[in-house]
Ligand binder design. Structure first.
Ligand code: ZN
Length: 468
């Protein structure tokens, strides 16, 4: 047992149910759980009980952010296919990804996780949908354990190769019986449904154009036979996908999801750009969630997800950095910033019709506030993952929090609202990160992780993959 008092916090943004922001705040942590949140004065009596005291004067503290869509291995193929559409991007990269092996997966995950943690993420999912050669999801879980990241490993899969009418080449796909067997093994080995769990498993067939409806149905059945196993896939990401769904299944993507039992509070989809108002209502009514990945959507020229309309309809929206090959950066503060800005330029009929709205096509600075964007990055992401123990700072919650030093270039003049400044002036790196009560970053440096060594391993793997 050990206790920690974090005191003198300039600005403590709790994101709790009352959205409390406290000047001169403090946190009291016992082991991995927050026991008290309040002002310095309110928590002063706990000082005698604290094994450790951390003075965070001059810092903003907020909940660690939750990344709900990523393909970490893609940091081995950054800045590739810069100017083509999704299907060209994919078909160019599939043959390179077919050379991945288990060491490449492990090393790329370590680098990706360090990058996420350094930019404020404390919980992440990773959608590993291509598993050629000796690749196993286990290696990403091992990397998360070593880095200290709270991790929802998504057992991705592709089963419909080119010869079966799918998009990926046949050497990138797996047999469906093998996928389901491995999913069951992973759940038995790593899935922890309890509160404060550091490891959970997600079942995640890649997309409507790379698996069969049969696999989607079987994955849903398997996930629902275990407590807390959620379902994740790409949906309505690209108009080419909509055309594919109409041609092959005779349905729109959301109808397809419904037909394979993939709507519900245990399902979250990446992107969900091309949803009409009826489909947004369906998401809200069924509790189906979505993760918005603004960088990737802009990079691939896909479109703007209707976040304003979805939030107002009651759809759970989170944020994701998406794969490192379609985003090229991996920073949730940046995604929150872009989510805010992108909603503002979106031509929302809905907003134009609102009182005070400007008619016709055009954006609105009212479309999404900085706090709403950060709410997606914290509470929204936690809800997508089915967690009631992360996403905000309150007694009984996991001790996942980050701190950013306020006295630095780029933050001068923001004393009146340092929280909004995190994204309106950022993105920034964190100076402290605590995950499950463990100090991962201190004064801007990793406490236990050798970043230089990870980068050297990564460079060696890069050379091997591109030499082949
Ligand atoms: Zn993706």
């Amino acid at each position: 047992m050990s206790t920690l008092l974090v005191e003198n916090i300039d600005h403590l943004a709790t994101f709790d149910d009352a959205n409390r922001e406290i000047k001169g705040g403090a946190l009291f942590v016992r082991d991995n759980v927050i026991e008290a949140v309040g002002t310095n004065a309110e928590l002063a009596h706990l000082a005698a009980d604290a094994d450790n005291v951390l003075d965070l004067s001059g810092h903003l503290v907020m909940p660690g952010m939750v990344n709900t869509h990523h393909h970490m291995y893609q940091n081995l193929t950054r800045v590739m296919v810069q100017d083509d559409e999704l299907f060209v991007w994919l078909t160019t990269l599939y043959p390179i990804w077919a050379r991945l092996d288990d060491e490449a997966i492990y090393v790329s995950a370590r680098v990706a996780m360090a990058e996420l943690i350094a930019s404020g993420c404390t919980t992440s999912s990773d959608h590993l949908y291509i598993q050629p050669n000796n690749v196993r999801l286990d290696s990403t879980i091992q990397a998360a354990q070593e880095l200290g990241l709270r991790f929802h490993a998504a057992r991705g899969a592709m089963s419909r190769g080119k010869s079966q009418g799918g998009l990926p080449p046949d050497n990138c796909v797996e047999k469906e019986e093998d996928i389901l067997k491995d999913a069951e093994r992973l759940i038995q080995t790593y899935h922890d449904p309890s509160r404060h769990a550091m490891s959970r498993i997600v079942l995640a067939p890649c997309s409507p154009f790379s698996v069969t409806p049969g696999l989607m149905k079987e994955a849903a059945k398997l996930a629902r036979s275990h407590k807390g196993v959620h379902l994740h896939a790409h949906l309505a990401e690209d108009l080419d996908e909509e055309v594919y769904c109409r041609d092959i299944y005779g349905m729109r993507p959301v109808e397809f999801a419904d037909s394979v039992d993939w709507l519900g509070p245990d399902v979250w989809f990446a992107h969900a750009i091309f949803l009409d108002s009826g489909e947004i209502k369906t998401f809200a009514e069924t509790g189906t969630g979505m993760v918005h990945c603004p960088s990737a959507n802009m990079r691939c020229g896909q479109g703007i997800a209707k976040i304003r309309e979805m939030r107002d309809a009651g759809v759970t929206c989170g944020l994701g950095v998406d794969g490192s090959a379609s985003n090229d950066t991996s920073n949730l503060f940046l995604e929150a910033r872009l989510a805010q800005m992108l909603q503002r330029v979106a031509p929302h009929r809905y907003l134009s019709e609102a009182p005070g709205g400007r008619g016709g096509f055009g954006g609105s600075p009212k479309a999404l506030s900085a706090r709403e964007a950060l709410d997606m990055a914290t509470r929204g992401g936690a809800k997508l993952l089915g967690r009631d123990d992360i996403g905000y700072l309150a007694p009984g919650m996991s001790a996942d929090f980050i701190a950013v030093r306020l006295n630095q270039l780029g933050l001068s003049g923001t004393q009146r609202d340092p929280l909004a400044a995190m994204i309106m002036c950022g993105p920034f790196k964190v100076d402290y990160s605590f995950i499950n009560g463990r100090n991962i970053i201190r004064r801007g440096e990793f406490v236990h992780h050798d970043v230089e060594a990870s980068l050297a391993d990564h460079a060696r793997i890069m050379q091997r993959i591109y030499q082949q």
